[in-house]
Design a protein around this ligand. Structure first.
Ligand code: C2O
Ligand code: CU
Ligand code: CU
Length: 493
């Protein structure tokens, strides 16, 4: 019930956002024409290579990541200039275990600065890979620390000041899995690329030349760049072939600024088993799930009735844009017979009375002085608590080992009603409430990114443990982040 109310409310709010901004920018009607449409569903879904080069003792994992230029034919016969990690577009999946020593050598072969940020990871501030840890062209960066975190599907992407949106758009993003005793113990699909499949969902806009049409003016900056071609693991309209039985899909909304509702064409019920930071207490049955940029969900889909050949479509509704048949799933052959697990892990809550401080954050999209249409960029602002990001300013100081409640409000002035997606570095948090209501079941696990609709107030609670130093919090609509909707918190003793 709650979930449905939330979805309905979200859709209404988005409809309003659409009405406010539609005349300013309409995806698909803005002069960026689609080039020759790919035939569709003939390409097998590529699965990113798995980097799992653990040492013999299993005590450490070390990886090497090359940040490089590439070229991809998203449309037959037209090549697009891209960026990739160890390849042309996107990057390999790095897999580690809780307790392991993790090392990665990041080699920047680009002609501009980049960083490598591990989104969702609890880690020492100096290895966070945010704007404070630039990797200049031609240099390497070598993080080395211990993983202190339970099983989860995280991801990595660049985070250089003002360049995040562009570099992600061109292809820099990859997945990062943590495994542990809980994931070992569960009888769920775990064969990477066979019945445990990562899906990096993104959208892109292209010029008819085949090149990406990234930010083309202030409307894109304010709205975020909304694409009109859906990519799954870097391919438009791929087909995934799976065995019948239970299949685990690890979903990442890897888009710059789109909010997705993900569902199947036959409206089948699937089970959500994990949120951003790991397993939920028990599977949550749903027919559709909303993910904002940066959010992940792991779902189990039961294909055991499709024991003979069947095709199911994965639909992605871009809430401020189009509806897409993003991918087809062909069920072929017999997989292992498994029952849907009834419980996943012990529930975990942080008692609000543990919190020693409540901080308030106002995320604001506003037009200064009137808000008339056609106003110049100078009149529009994206802020948190009235401020734009300044790397020389620490916005919040948090005591090491303390527990805090952060109350985040999306306040948008008329005509500028915009969803935001709040993300905190270093920590996983729990959502206490959305507009004073308990969050829906699938949002009751660990989170690091949360969608906040216009007018909404979300309260989250988190513990700040182990590490001191400076971390970021920001809107994960990357065009908002790049244009100032970011702040810094310092964990101090
Ligand atoms: Cu996914 Cu600060 O980022
Ligand atoms: Cu992050
Ligand atoms: Cu935002």
């Amino acid at each position: 019930m709650k979930r449905r109310t939330f979805l309905k409310r979200s859709l209404t709010a988005l409809a309003i956002a659409g009405a406010g901004t539609g005349s300013l920018f309409l995806p698909g009607k803005s002069g960026f024409s689609a080039t020759a449409e790919a035939k569709g569903f003939t390409t097998a879904l590529p699965v990113p290579p798995l980097l799992d080069n653990l040492d013999k003792t299993g005590k450490s994992a070390s990886f090497s990541i090359n940040v490089q230029k590439g070229e991809v034919e998203f449309f037959p016969g037209k090549s697009t200039a891209t960026l990739g990690y160890n390849g042309n577009f996107l990057g390999p999946t790095m897999r580690v275990r809780n307790g392991q020593r993790f090392r990665v050598k990041v080699n920047n072969t680009l002609s501009e600065t980049t960083t490598l940020h591990l989104h969702g990871l609890h880690l020492p501030a100096k290895w966070d890979g945010g704007p404070r840890q630039p990797v200049p062209p031609g240099t390497t960066w070598n993080p080395d620390f211990i993983i202190k975190q339970e099983a989860a599907t995280l991801w990595y992407h660049p985070h250089a000041m003002g360049l995040t949106g562009k570099q992600v758009y061109y292809g820099l993003a990859g997945l990062f899995f943590i495994e542990d005793e809980i994931s070992d113990r569960l009888d769920i699909p775990k064969t990477y690329g066979e019945d445990d499949i990562p899906l990096v969902i993104q959208d892109r806009r292209f010029f008819s030349s085949g090149q990406f049409a990234y930010v083309q003016g202030m409307h894109d900056t304010m709205n975020g760049v909304i694409g009109n071609h859906m990519l799954v693991n870097g391919v438009i309209k791929p087909t995934l072939t799976v065995p019948s039985g239970l299949v685990r899909l690890r979903l990442l909304n890897g888009s710059n600024s789109s909010i997705y509702k993900i569902a199947f064409d036959d409206k089948r019920i699937f089970n959500v088993i994990a949120s951003d930071g790991g397993f939920l207490e028990r599977p949550v049955p749903m027919k559709g799930i909303v993910l904002s940029p940066g959010e992940r969900a792991e779902i189990l889909v039961d294909f055991s009735r499709e024991s003979r050949y069947a095709i199911i479509s994965l639909l992605v509704d871009q809430l401020r844009g189009g509806s897409f048949e993003a991918m087809r799933i062909a069920v072929k052959g017999t997989g292992k017979i498994r029952k849907m697990p009834r419980a996943l892990r012990k529930g975990e809550k942080i008692d609000p009375s543990e919190a020693t401080k409540t901080r308030r954050f106002i995320m604001e999209t506003m037009s200064m002085g009137g808000g008339r249409m056609g106003m110049g960029m100078s009149g529009r602002r994206l802020t948190i608590n009235g401020k734009k990001m300044d790397i020389n300013r620490i916005d919040e100081k948090v005591k090491l080992n303390s527990t805090e409640i952060w109350e985040i409000t999306n306040r948008s002035a008329m005509m500028m009603r915009m969803p935001h997606s709040m993300h905190l570095h270093d920590v996983q948090f729990h959502i206490l409430s959305r507009n004073n209501n308990a969050p829906p079941l699938h949002e009751q696990g660990r989170k690091d990114t949360v969608l906040i609709m216009p007018g909404e107030t979300v309260r989250i609670i988190s513990r700040f443990r182990d590490y001191t130093g400076v971390y970021m919090y920001h809107c994960h609509l990357l065009e908002h982040e790049d244009n100032g909707m970011m702040g810094q918190f310092e964990v101090i003793t």
